[in-house]
Each structure stands twice: as C-alpha cells, then as structure tokens.
Write a protein that binds this ligand. Structure first.
Ligand code: GLY
Ligand code: MN
Ligand code: MN
Length: 445
C-alpha cells in the first residue's frame, strides 16, 4: 500500500494567500473568520469543523480566529488573530496555537491575541479602499465588522474607512475550484478511503441487516483509516432510495431490494462523494438490472463529456438524453424521447443535476456559470458525475415492476489536460462486477 499523502505545507498556504491578495489588489483588505463552534444541545457541541475558506487559506483548525490579509503592508501582509495560550483552558481543550505558535506553525507574517482585535484591527483597515469579506454569513461576525467600521468612521478626525465592501467568495472560490497537486493527492486519498469503506459495507450486507448497521460498518472503516465521513451517509434500502436526502437509516434491508449507499470520506479536509447501488441478496432482478443498465449508460455518456473545453452542462444533457430515451423504451414515459423532453415529466424519475464541484466541501465552491452561461471545464477541476433514476412506489406512469426502485451511480472525476481521471474508478460499477464483488465480500466474512 502506498504511503498516505503529505499534508499541505505552509508554503502552499502562503502561496494561496499571495494569489488572493494579487487578485484583490494592493489597496484592498481581506477579512475572514474561523467557523464558530456550534451547539448541538444543552452545553454539548457538534464536532468542530473549520470553515473551508479559512482552512484553505490558513490550514488552521482552531475556532476564535480571524485572518486579515493586507496586500503591501510592510509590517506583514498575512495577520492572524487567535486565542492566546491559556494553561487552564488547555487542560480542558488540549493545546492551542497561540499567536507565537501561529506564526511558527502556519507561516503567517504576524499574529495577535483575538482579545485585542477590537483595538488593533480598525487601524489596520484605515486607508484601505476596499474590503473583501463574507458579509451575511455569520451574524456575530457581521456585527463585529460593522462595529469596527463605525469606529473608523466616527468623528472627530474620522479615519479613512474602506469605501467599498465586496464579496470575497468570487475571488476565493475561483481559486478553490482549481486543485493543486497537493490537493489532488488528498482527494485521491479521500476517494481511496471511501471506496474501501464501501467494500467494507458490502461485506456486512445481507437480508435482514439494518440500514444503520451498514452505516456503522462504513463509518467504522472510515474512522479506522483516520478520516471521517464527509457528510451523513445515505443508506437507503428498497423504496427508501427514492427519497433523495434519505437520512433515517433505520429500516431493515430485504432480499429482493436494492441498497443505495451514498457515502464518502473526508481526509484532511478533502471530501469524496461516492454512491453505489447494489442488490441486498447479491443478485439484480431483471427489472432492477434494466434500470441499472440505463443509469450506467447515462453515466458513461456523461463521463465521455468530461474534458477541457466542454461546457459544464454538456455532461448533464448527455446523461439526460440517455435516461429519457431509456425510460421511453422501457415504458416509463409515453411517446418519443423528444416529446418526453419537451413535456419535462422525466423529472419525476430524474429530478437532480448530474454533478457538482468537489473539494474541501462536498458541494464545493466555485461558480457553475459565467455571465449566465455554463462555464467550460478546465484541467484541475474536480466534480462528481452522478446520474440516478428514482421510481416512486406509487408512480402511476411506471409499470408495476419498476416501482419503488431507486438507483444512483456516483463517481469523483478530475478534469485532466486531455480528458478525465475517475478518482473512484477502482470501485466496481457494472452490474456483473458488483454481483461478483458482493459474492467475494460474502465469501470473505
Ligand atoms: N452526497 C451528496 C451528493 O451526492 O450530492
Ligand atoms: Mn454528490
Ligand atoms: Mn453523494
């Protein structure tokens, strides 16, 4: 087995900050806050997850921190405000970085205690023409920001406050859309761990097992690899697969049904997003196999459209064309494919798009359109390709044998210089290959 990829180094974070400052311009300031801890209930918090933008620019996993980027500032362009070390608090929380540790470990130019931010930050913004920030994302941070600006504008001798407030996301998310070699290594590792965890889940699959038992096997595999789930797994047996965001995972899996498992791993902040749909008892029925083949053909048609210069929409349209033609041929839609497309009633079976960007977020940052037009794919972008068909149990248009079947096939794909690299290609997706893999998984237990 190859060694785990190296974590992203401080030089890459510094390069990202420099690039963002270059895009923002010399008279700008950029402000970005760490994610606040989120209460689950009472005094119990959800596991902390850093804001992906903050993580992208700092590599810092601590809450109560603010990054300030000040292009051209002589005393240091990258400034971090963070918690001061506190022996009493660290007995409860574990080690904090502290400002000195932040300069050492994160490679920022300068760092100050977060407790001093109200005194120090307004002066840093003075004379900057433009301020880039995520205004409207966190109410508490918005209020703090307004207070700093009020201080700057207050007479007497009102200082020069930034005149323009601009959305940081346009600049920053365009950077995040193009993955560096170091990021790609982490995405590949997230894909590898996710694929292994799907295989582990298959080895626990048999009629009578509960959906949550499959979930726990998946999570066990992911956590055993030192990763975590990149989103709550969807473990949907039979008709539950027709509920697109099924989350209960509390039903028994029955012979004759399919299991749709949509679950991925997060490795050092980077996500995989993988769906396989497999027969609970190891064999697809004829009706399941017919729909499965259709979804697979749609995915293959979509994958053939992933290369530089093709539009963001092309692969969705290719998948849709195959699905609609197949639904007409199998008698789930009336008339010709052209008529079905014009009516739009294919959406009752295929209500979602065929993919999304993938990176630090499962639904990653980055515009899908530029000036209203679908953008063109470029090398370094990573996306999912995930057509599906979902025939509701009470779907009057469908022959009875297809009702209650939900199928999705989802893979993670890198746009390369001349085509596509499917990061999750090692996990079987042809119906025969899946049956073989399930038989092997069963034999091994
Ligand atoms: N797992 C979420 C998605 O497929 O988009
Ligand atoms: Mn997805
Ligand atoms: Mn998914």
């Amino acid at each position: 087995m190859s060694a785990a990829p190296r974590p992203i180094g401080v030089r890459e974070y510094a390069r990202r900050r420099r690039e963002l400052m270059r895009l923002a311009g010399g008279d700008a300031a950029i402000l970005l806050a760490a994610a606040p801890p989120r209460l689950r209930n009472g005094d119990t918090y959800w596991p902390y997850r850093q804001d992906s933008d903050f993580l992208y620019l700092t590599g810092c996993g601590e809450p109560q921190a603010v990054l300030v980027l000040l292009p051209g500032r002589k005393a240091g362009q990258s400034v971090l405000f963070c918690r001061e070390r506190d022996a009493t608090a660290e007995r409860w929380d574990g080690d904090w970085l502290g400002p000195e540790g932040a300069v050492r470990a994160l490679g920022v130019d300068d760092a100050f205690p977060i407790a001093d931010i109200d005194d120090i930050l307004p002066g840093m913004l003075e004379g900057r023409a433009r301020l880039y920030c995520h205004f409207g994302r966190e109410a508490a941070f918005d209020a703090q920001l307004l207070a700093w600006l009020r201080r700057l504008r207050a007479p007497p001798g009102a200082a020069r406050a930034p005149q323009e407030m601009l959305a940081l996301s346009h600049l920053l998310h365009e950077l995040r859309l193009f993955k560096s070699p170091a990021e790609l290594a982490l995405l590949r590792e997230a894909a590898r761990i996710g694929m292994d965890a799907h295989r582990a889940a298959w080895s626990a699959l048999r009629p009578g097992v509960q959906e949550h038992a499959i979930e726990s096997t998946f999570l066990h595999a992911v956590r055993s690899a030192g990763a975590c789930a990149s989103y709550p797994p969807i473990v949907a047996g039979g008709r539950n697969a027709c509920v697109l965001h099924y989350a209960r995972n509390d039903a028994p899996l029955r012979a004759g049904d399919l299991l749709l498992l949509d679950a991925g791993a997060e490795w050092q902040g980077y996500a995989s997003d993988i769906t396989r749909t497999v027969p609970v008892d190891g064999r697809f029925s004829a009706a399941q196999r017919a729909l499965y083949r259709l979804v697979l053909e749609a995915q293959q048609a979509a994958l053939a459209c992933i290369r530089p210069g093709r539009s963001w929409e092309a692969f969705h349209l290719a998948a849709r064309e195959v699905l609609v033609a197949g639904l007409c041929a199998l008698g789930l839609l009336a008339g010709t494919p052209q008529q079905a497309l014009a009516r739009g009633d294919y959406r009752r079976y295929f209500p979602h798009k065929t993919g999304h960007w993938l990176g630090l977020d499962v639904h990653d940052a980055g515009d899908y359109r530029i000036q209203g037009e679908p953008r063109l794919l470029e090398p370094g972008m990573v996306l999912t390709v995930e057509p599906g068909l979902y025939v509701a149990p009470d779907e009057a248009l469908a022959p009875a044998r297809y009702r209650g079947i939900g199928i999705r096939i989802e893979d993670d794909v890198l746009v390369t210089a001349d085509g596509a690299d499917v990061l999750t290609a090692a996990l079987p997706r042809h119906a025969d290959a899946l049956e073989d893999a399930l038989a092997q998984a069963r034999a091994a237990r």
